[in-house]
Design a protein around this ligand. Structure first.
Ligand SMILES: Cc1ncc(C[n+]2csc(CCOP(=O)(O)OP(=O)(O)O)c2C)c(N)n1
Ligand SMILES: [Mg+2]
Length: 731
């Protein structure tokens, strides 16, 4: 009986071996044909693949299951784009095999809890490939039902054209402006490194995750990729792994015409590890590359994946046609045939679904972590509490009363200081209470006053570090700050001159769009910086920052308003703030405790006529508030009653209720003057038809600040004249 069974088993095994070896022999022959045929016709293998977009047959046979898992991403992406009649099928079809291997074999996440702190971060920096992200989130079990994919790019769907943070569970950041996702990811990887250094103990590891990035030719062409990746090398962010979608295609066609860098050499020069020439359609090659990438090493990793854009579309793959347009019915039908994907649009067979489903695995992974967290918490209660508070974005319970104390303290000191210095004083006051605070500057620490006595270099000392020397990289810095915020655990601020906010501008816009509770410190805020001249003197920047929806822009008039601005910025954990500060000293303004309280409303009455009615309203921000106060005093001597309204944050003032606004700016007082050392445009809404604006609608000049203010009409005399003029016009 036993021997009979053994015989049958041995027969069975022999048949298996024969089958497998036949299969293997067939694969080897096909492989040779695949490689040699294009060579014989003078074409490289990659070129061949790129042009024909056809999977080598051996691959589809040996990796049939994996290939079909990846095809689910391809099909969902091409069908969603087709239905929306808009979108980008090329990247998802090209990177499907990579994302399949990454998500199914490596990515640490729990679809049921996208906020789990110790999850790996996955950033699609080439955000036009959003359908790849939505497909894998849906397939792996996030709360993103198929109907959302069917509604790709439609109003109020969870699947916007480019990924938007907070719109879709599992989306780690808003991407689309090429290169910025990559820089955000550098911020996330930096956050992980610093938190791991601070909180992990010899016994317990509670922070240990990777940041995976997909990036295309566009991301790597963008200058910000240089800024961010260069810094990532310097910081030794070994858990950052970037998959470069090396498909040699961007919108205008073959990148041979505009992108011929030696990318591997470039990244090696940054201090990265580079894994070159990975076949981005071979699961084995991708796995081998990832295995290499995750070996312990301090260097970030770039995996250069040779891919075919639009892989699987028989006529369009490998061409720019497939980058950003629906494939069309005929090509989609042909692609279904090519890929061996007979299923209807938005239908995923059960076995494919099962292959992607990460819910059980994810829950188990998080459960294991929870156990470690519990043990860690009982062994290190103080550290655990700090980490928990930081990751939850909380502030110290007594923060409001701390802010009140700081303001009262500042009010009691009547010295003249520059608001950049007042900003440093504010950091000294708040910093010791905020372990999450992490600052930095783009090589202007001493000028921006962003460094305070508690600042510790984060590169030299990751464990205690809370200060980053970003080097001269304003755009990279700002996007990295967004990434630090998005990761969680930090209240992140940046620093540079206001005039260079332009260099960073799209990342500031992204701070507001994400939205991220970041703080951007901009000093040297007007012609008041003096001799450096018009290249360094911002004119339009203040107003142009105010145009960004959701960005809170403060331009404080003295140290008290500066402290109030910092307090508001710190408390604003979910939206960004810009602090616009002077180089030059500003006089201290007296205030009652009621007035102290009103600063937080963005605009308030700072000085009133001693007696008699209000004849004229004088509004000002920052360095011009002092002028307004002096002018009002002179006007009083002429018998003109002037009210001075300090407007450190006019948008915030506009957001107050109507009653308050009308109290501060009574509608019946139409004689109005606004003074601000920037373009005048913004103030028309406040001064009305008969008002006067003292602004600067041209570039400044190189000279001492006092001469410039005089030259451009920022003097008590000019304010008095403007008041007389508006009074005459409204008489
Ligand atoms: C900063 C920025 N500039 C321009 C664009 C418009 N744009 C979107 S995708 C793209 C080409 C990107 O090429 P690549 O990264 O190679 O993407 P692929 O075509 O390979 O998917 C361009 C220019 C953008 N999204 N962001
Ligand atoms: Mg490309």
């Amino acid at each position: 009986m036993h021997s009979q069974i053994l015989l049958q088993v041995s027969d069975f095994l022999q048949v298996c071996v024969a089958l497998v070896s036949r299969q293997a022999a067939r694969a080897i022959i096909l492989w040779a044909v695949y490689l040699l045929a294009p060579a014989a016709s003078g074409k490289m293998g990659g070129f061949h693949r790129r042009r024909f977009g056809r999977p080598p047959e051996f691959m589809t046979k040996l990796n049939a299951d994996r290939f079909q898992l990846a095809n689910a991403v391809r099909a969902l992406s091409m069908d969603a784009v087709e239905r929306a009649a808009s979108g980008h099928p090329g990247m998802p079809m090209g990177m499907a095999d990579i994302v399949e291997v990454l998500f199914n074999d490596y990515h640490k996440h729990n679809p049921a809890n996208p906020d789990w702190w110790d999850r790996d971060r996955f950033v699609v920096s080439n955000g036009h490939g959003s359908m790849l992200l939505y497909s894998v989130l849906h397939l792996s079990g996030y709360d993103l039902p198929m109907k959302e994919l069917e509604n790709f790019r439609q109003l109020h769907s969870a699947t916007p054209g480019h990924p938007e943070f907070a719109d879709t569970p599992g989306v780690e950041t808003t991407t689309g402006p090429l290169g910025q996702g990559l820089a955000n990811a550098v911020g996330m990887a930096l956050a992980e490194k610093l938190l791991a250094a601070r909180f992990n103990t010899d016994e317990h590891t509670v922070i240990d995750h990777r940041t995976w990035v997909f990036a295309g030719d566009g991301c790597l062409m963008e200058g910000i990729s240089h800024e961010a990746c260069s810094l990532a090398g310097t910081f030794g962010l070994g858990k950052l792994v970037v998959f470069y979608d090396d498909n040699q295609i961007s919108i205008d066609g073959d990148t041979d015409g505009w992108f011929t860098d030696n990318t591997p050499a470039r990244f090696r020069a940054y201090g990265w590890r580079v894994i070159e020439d990975v076949d981005g359609h071979s699961p084995e090659a991708i796995s081998a590359a990832i295995d290499q990438a995750i070996a312990a090493d301090d260097r970030p990793v770039l995996i250069c994946c040779k891919t075919t854009i639009g892989f699987g579309a028989p006529n369009k793959a490998g061409t720019a046609d497939v980058h950003g347009a629906a494939l069309g019915e005929k090509e989609i039908a042909a692609a279904r045939k090519q890929l061996g994907w007979p299923h209807e649009p938005f239908v995923i067979p059960d076995h494919i679904r099962a292959g992607w489903d990460a819910r059980e695995r994810g829950a188990e992974t998080e459960r294991r972590w929870q156990k470690v967290w519990k043990a860690y918490s009982s062994a290190n209660p103080a550290l655990a509490r700090e980490l928990e508070e930081r990751m939850n974005g909380g502030l110290p319970a007594d923060f409001d009363s701390l802010a009140d104390d700081v303001l009262a303290h500042m009010q009691a000191d009547d010295s003249t200081v520059a608001t950049r210095k007042a900003s440093e004083m504010s950091l000294e006051a708040f910093g010791p209470h905020l372990p999450a605070l992490i600052g930095g500057s783009a090589d202007l620490s001493g000028s921006n006053n962003t460094r305070w006595s508690g600042s510790v270099d984060a590169r030299e000392n990751p464990r205690e570090g809370n200060y980053i020397y970003y080097g001269v990289r304003e755009f990279g810095m700002t996007a990295i700050v967004n990434g630090l915020h998005l990761h969680g655990g930090f209240i992140a601020y940046s620093g540079t001159f206001l005039v260079f906010s332009d260099y960073a501008r799209n990342a500031v816009r992204m701070s507001a769009l994400i939205p991220a509770g970041t703080i951007h410190v901009y000093t040297h805020d007007s012609i008041g910086l003096g001799e450096d001249g018009p290249t360094h003197q911002p004119v339009e920047h203040l107003t142009s920052l105010r145009l960004i929806p959701g960005l809170s822009v403060w331009r404080p008039a003295d140290k008290v308003e500066t402290a109030a601005a910092w307090a508001a910025a710190i408390a604003r954990r979910d939206k960004p703030t810009a602090l616009v500060l002077t180089r030059q000293g500003l006089p201290h303004q007296p205030r009652s405790s009621a007035q102290l309280d009103l600063i937080r409303r963005g605009g308030y009455v700072l000085a009133e006529p001693a007696d008699g009615p209000i004849d004229v309203l004088i509004m000002a921000s920052g360095s011009e508030v002092g002028l307004a106060v002096e002018a009002a005093a002179s006007l009083a001597e002429e018998g003109v009653g002037a009210r001075v309204v300090s407007m450190p944050n006019p948008d915030l003032f506009l957001a107050q209720d109507e009653r308050y606004r009308n109290e501060v700016l009574p509608t019946d007082v139409t004689a109005r003057v606004a003074v601000e050392a920037g373009v005048s445009l913004y103030w028309h809404q406040f001064v009305g038809n008969c008002g006067q604006i003292i602004g600067i609608d041209r570039f400044g000049a190189s000279a001492p600040a006092a001469d410039l203010f005089r030259e451009f009409g920022f003097s008590t005399k000019a304010v008095i004249e403007a008041a007389r003029k508006t009074l005459a016009e409204t008489a």
